[in-house]
Design a protein around this ligand. Structure first.
Ligand code: URA
Length: 253
């Protein structure tokens, strides 16, 4: 089934399929639940779980709890340090481990990666097409980071980043915008608070760009990706679903 077509045409789906898609009940469990009168559609208990309904508009309830069907889920996460941007990992906690069980059936994955010690904005979704568009190197989606850098960051670095710097593997970066927010001294060493916007996403790119100009990133946080901005209400490790406006603008609508 074409998921997009299904969504746009308001095509109907079987109730048992909806419940199983959401991880709420297998097909045979649904049958039992229906027999016990625990599934209602538009207020009426259903006997036949093969009943076809429009999942976007039908009011389905299981044990009196509304069943919110949606094909795609989009979560804005404020990633903490020490959590990896992966769906599973042998040793470390993953961003998926931060989610409530109700989200697990959606098989969400992170859109791109942040290093284990990087904080901030990470989009989690099961919408492969949107993920692909945001990550495509041809789309040049801007990503803005805040960082604390060890070293005397100055306008020469901003000029170098604007021109493109050569990373340790010989890769020449695309023009990037560096804003020096504050320079200060700590423990006898020069530091700077900066904001950097890059339009690509090479491995450890921000850290390696500063290494290319002889400086070291000691703290890194992503604050935006495309039109999506980190919500200051979200504490580290917290997340929320995107608003319709955020999603539409992320899609360029
Ligand atoms: N650049 C980095 O060096 N690390 C990140 O996590 C993201 C961008």
């Amino acid at each position: 089934m074409n998921k997009e077509t299904n969504k746009k045409s308001g095509k109907k789906l079987r109730v048992d399929k909806i419940l199983s898609h959401l991880g709420l009940a297998t097909r045979s469990e649904s049958k039992k639940l229906a027999k016990q009168g625990r599934i209602t559609v538009d207020g009426q208990p259903i006997k036949d779980t093969g009943l076809q309904v429009d999942p976007e508009t039908a009011a389905i309830e299981l044990d009196g709890q509304a069943v919110r069907y949606r094909e795609f889920v989009y979560l804005l996460l404020n990633k903490p340090q020490d959590v990896v941007s992966a769906t599973e990992d042998k040793w470390d906690r993953t961003v998926i481990d931060l989610l409530d069980p109700e989200y697990l059936a959606f098989e969400l994955f992170p859109v791109g990666r942040l290093d284990k010690d990087t904080e901030g904005l990470l989009l989690l979704t099961n919408d492969g097409q949107l993920a692909h568009e945001l990550l495509s190197p041809r789309k040049h989606v801007p990503k803005t980071y805040e960082a604390i850098v060890l070293g005397a960051v100055d306008e020469a670095d901003a000029d170098a980043f604007r021109a493109g710097v050569t990373l340790d593997d010989g890769y020449q970066t695309m023009p990037a915008e560096l804003e020096i927010v504050r320079r200060y001294e700590s423990e006898g060493a020069d530091h700077a608070e900066i904001r950097l916007t890059i339009k690509e996403g090479k491995f450890h790119q921000v850290k390696r760009m500063f290494e290319a100009v002889g400086k070291q990133v000691v703290f890194l946080k992503r604050i935006s990706m495309g039109t999506l901005v980190l919500d200051p209400q979200l504490e580290l490790g917290e997340y929320r679903e995107l608003s319709e406006e955020e999603l539409a603008s992320l899609r360029g609508e």
